[in-house]
Ligand binder design. Sequence first.
Ligand code: PRX
Length: 653
Amino acid sequence: MAQNNIESTLHENRHFAPCESFYKSSALNPKNLDALYARAAEDHEAFWGELAKQELDWITPFTKVLDDSNAPFYKWFADGQLNVSYNCLDRQLKENAEKTAIIFEGEPGDVQHITYRMLHQKVCTFANALKNQGIRKGDRVIIYMPMITEAVVAMQACARIGAIHSVVFGGFSAEALKDRVEDTQAKLVITADGGHRGGKIIGLKNTADQALSKGCKSVETVIVFKRCGNDINMQDGRDIWWHDAEQDQSSECEPEPMNACDPLFLLYTSGSTGKPKGIQHSSAGYLLNAITTMRWVFDIQAKDVFWCTADVGWITGHTYVAYGPLAVGATMIIYEGVPTIPDAGRFWDVCARHHVSIFYTAPTAIRALMKAGDDIPQRYDLSHLRLLGTVGEPINPEAWMWYHRVIGQERCPIVDTWWQTETGAHMIAPVPAVTVTKPGSCTRALPGIDAAVVNEQGEALGPNQGGFLVIRKPWPSMIQTIWGDDQRYKDTYWPYFDGKYYLAGDSARQDEEGYFWIMGRIDDVLNVSGHRLGTMEIESALVAHEAVAEAAVVGKPHDVKGESVFAYVVLKGNRPEGGVDEEMTNVLRAWVADQIGPIAKPDEIRYSDNLPKTRSGKIMRRLLRTIAKGEEITQDTSTLENEGILLQLQGKA
Ligand code: PRX
């Protein structure tokens, strides 16, 4: 296994009790939360079956909750039929048609309020446009959009007609987009001319053109939404404007009956080997946990204005922007841009102007905004906030305390939510009316989620012993498989414990009260600003450059991003003098941005004649991590082929 003797260095004893206002109004108070835990413990399947009946509208009710006959390919509610878009939109029309579903704010400041009725019409019209372009149930559609309402419309429209969407983050490069198009064999790509980000226009259509020029034979049509009016090329016979595609389309579209286990979407994420994995999610099970966590963790109420700042290119933007909030009839914010335009007050300005009551973001954003100073948030009226959330990486207690004190004004509980692309929804998180929180801990597993910390034999570990974070029973929103690669799904997530426990890939410990503390990944995956990046992916990108012979990438702790990318590179020619070559470093950084996306750019590159390897040829990553941190080397380096390169790697020769 990847790691022995996992040790934690974090000791945190502060406690924060839930606040009284939650006690009265919340769907979950201590009494009914206990009842949920008790029911789940008594009968795991019945527990989820009851919730699925209560929370979802079915076309054909299911008769069996869980089919585990082909584990680990678990099937939830397999013979039931429903439509996810119907569950998000149509069922709100009865009582909430005129309620605002989306408050959209563009980075330049344009604002739109979209009611459930309007959203329903937009989705139906666009769903008909997709059908008119020949898209049918089961076809794959790539969505490469800015963070605008139409990205959600496109996702919902796919769900309505049963097409499987795969959203590619707008910050990804042509190369990354091409890989995803080819892996999904998508027939259609939905993009925009551009999007506003960081005060610039990001030319999405131009990048899509580059991707498509590299292969992507499966793509027949590209639909282009006009957002920025920037110059683009439209290819005859392939490209069509969104508004033209919608011409003459009806605003009524019958939702396609889908089997509960039909895939709703694919979302690519990094693993420990080079190729990103297409995580496949189901329709019914996925939506069920999106809903239950909106209620349990976010305590969503009719009056709330909910804002999850994640881009729809990530799982958080799927579950807590495109699906969860709509499925519970909430009002949500969609903001197009970055938190620092025009200044570091933008998030707080949006919260104040739109009366945001629930705010959910990533520790990296919190740390960046904390650095900007307390006086910035203090300029805004944040009195509507009642609940704060974080996701994506461990939050350091200092950032947690700042969030609590300056943003939450010591009034708002903080829900630190642990989950993954693969889990579909929150797994370990506080319940705000009940859970005493501790800065830096995601607290306890939610009802029906059997999370544990175990050793290599799968035995549960005692308090404060670090081990592997696993989930011991299947849950509805779990990953179904890796698209096109069942074997890799088994090998990655079910390799130990007789294939019975889901291996999350994180190390963790539980304290004396059973609270979970996530310690980091056990594989070669970095977490940069809350985004997963495979070291292998970045290494493959580096060695694809003609000047590079070998590369090794490790994470280095970073006070805003969590981790930064640190690369060791062996060039084909001579090593640059003193191991420094700024020009080459700039070239390689731009190259990686081109191959993967700007988020993967190495922050530092160090050149050496060789990489440290064991005699069996394995790169000594732990040693490279130590060196990147500038720490003293305590590892045994006697097995190194060439001890002399240590000084080069340390930047001392
Ligand atoms: O290492 C954990 C970390 O992010 C990983 C999942 O990344 P991704 O699939 O991109 O999904 C991110 C958003 C759900 C996990 O394996 N992670 C996520 N949330 C937390 C976390 N680490 C600590 N605390 C969290 N709350």
